[in-house]
Design a protein around this ligand. Structure first.
Ligand code: ATP
Length: 473
């Protein structure tokens, strides 16, 4: 039984945060309801902790409002907010026993001794540590220490508890147990929990709603079912659960082309022949005979996973992941089919035509057959082509003309990796430089939220002089 109310308890409005000139939170909006378990989920460095710290009062936004119970509280110090935080490092007082750790905040509040005793006792029962009062915290296991930290946060009756990867230090089994316990504690205490994690399974298990963040923005807010079954874009689909993400073309309403075949789907309104991202979950693909399949492919890998077989099926250049209770032998050709409802269509994160540079030639040498142009504070040299100084050019680089130069020899030195999405054939990587975004293809896994040098292979580029292009019109 869900017990969340509709009352908004905390609201972030158009929050903008910059650290050292770098945008960390880019105008985010978020409403959190009373008694809700909300999880902020996203890859490392996307701004989850900063969002939590804004609510806790440890960080003040450059612009935007933090509203608590209808009142703007920007600038209010943490101890004046009715909020408590549980960190990954439990921050317990090592010289105090369990009772004194939990009672600490109540003693600060100068509550009567009897009341403190009662409250601590009740809270230790909630976190399943009855009888542990006298134990030194250093003699407790990781999970027990974490429960003391949670009891300490809850005992002062905060309206909101902020939890920053609180299970991060625990081993997998304990972590899973604690996830269920935490959810139960939240339910029984009727407290709003705002939880930060980069673990999607954890987010889906515990939350009433999940906030998926990427690169300082919120990509999607929804129930666990919504973000899993109806991801708004390829990033969310890729980050939450396993997914086959493919390039497709929307032939017409309810008709999609993927892997060279036309399939019926349920989506409408993308326009005719629009390039789209197509998401199919591995468990939604059925293995059939070749004749019955909508697609056909060769089984390359089979792993038994207890409930299902995980299979990798090669369809042309693409590798398709299938979860099926039926197995098939490696090397056999099988049919694959998907019901229309299970084909999710979404707008592309970035259209292909964005890799276009509008440049003016700064220097050119006809003899040596090269020219240079300025690009975002760097000078880029193009060998094998000549244009005289002052020529206005439009240079189009297909995604395969971009590569990451590991040796510091890039044409642009510090380009940010915004997202990496595996498309069955290779990774589609979205990069951000000072003034624009780039789309690159790569066979290697790249680390999001890092800075890399980017190189252009101009032998794959097309060049148009802008004046000539206008004359053609
Ligand atoms: P993780 O899961 O790795 O903890 P996160 O999503 O919680 O990541 P944040 O801790 O919010 O991310 O950090 C977002 C970005 O802001 C990171 O690039 C981080 O290095 C930077 N950052 C965070 N705090 C500060 C600070 N006080 N000064 C400068 N940069 C900061």
């Amino acid at each position: 039984m869900e017990q969340t109310s509709n009352k908004v308890i905390v609201s972030l409005k158009d929050i903008f945060v910059r650290f050292d000139g770098e945008v960390i939170l880019n105008h985010i909006n978020l409403d959190i309801h009373e008694k809700e378990f909300v999880t902020i989920l996203g890859p490392s460095g996307c701004g989850k902790t900063t969002t939590l710290r804004i609510i806790g009062g440890f960080v003040n936004p450059e612009s935007g409002d933090v509203i608590f119970d209808g009142t703007r509280i920007n600038g209010m110090p943490p101890h004046k907010r009715n909020v408590n935080t549980v960190f990954q490092k439990y921050s317990l007082f090592p010289h105090l026993n369990v009772y004194d750790n939990v009672a600490f905040g109540l003693k600060l509040k100068k509550l009567p001794k009897d009341e403190i005793k009662q409250k601590v006792k009740k809270m230790l029962a909630v976190v399943d540590l009855k009888g542990y009062e006298k134990r030194p915290v250093q003699k407790l296991s990781g999970g027990q220490q974490q429960r003391v930290a949670i009891a300490r946060a809850l005992v002062c009756d905060p309206e909101i508890v902020l939890l920053d990867e609180p299970l991060g230090a625990l081993d997998l089994q304990l972590r899973k147990d604690m996830q269920l316990e935490l959810k139960e504690i939240q339910r029984s205490t009727q407290t709003t929990f705002i939880y930060v994690t980069h673990d999607q399974e954890e987010a889906l298990t515990m939350s009433d709603r999940v906030v998926v963040m990427n690169n300082g923005v919120i990509e999607q807010i929804g129930t666990p079912e919504e973000v899993y079954n109806e991801p708004v874009n390829a990033f969310v689909a890729d980050f939450i659960g396993e997914a086959n993400i493919l390039n497709g073309t929307m032939i017409a309403d309810q008709r999609i082309r993927i892997l060279g075949k036309e399939l019926p789907c349920v989506d409408k309104g993308f326009g005719k022949n629009a390039p789209v991202d197509v998401v199919i979950r591995p468990e939604d693909i059925n293995i059939t005979s070749v004749e019955e399949g909508q697609l056909a492919g060769v089984v390359e890998k089979v792993t038994f996973k207890g409930v299902h077989y995980e299979m990798s099926v090669r369809c042309g250049k693409c590798e398709i992941l299938v979860h099926s209770t039926k197995s098939a032998a490696i090397g056999t050709t099988v049919g694959l089919s998907v019901v229309p409802f299970n084909i999710q269509i979404m707008n592309k994160l970035l259209p292909f035509y964005d890799n276009v540079i509008e440049a003016v030639v700064g220097y050119g040498s006809e003899e040596e057959n090269y020219f240079e142009f300025p690009l975002e504070d760097e000078t880029v040299r193009v060998e094998g082509h000549f244009y005289p100084e002052g020529t206005a050019l439009r240079i189009t680089l297909p995604p395969e003309a971009l590569s990451l130069a590991g040796d510091g020899m890039g044409d642009l030195q510090d380009v940010y990796i915004e997202s990496v999405v595996y498309k069955g054939e290779h990774n589609e990587i979205i990069l951000e430089s000072d003034e624009r975004k780039w789309l690159m293809l790569s066979d290697t896994d790249e680390q999001v939220a890092t800075y890399v040098p980017l190189s252009f292979d101009f032998s794959k580029a097309t060049f148009e002089t802008v004046n000539a292009a206008q004359e053609e019109k």
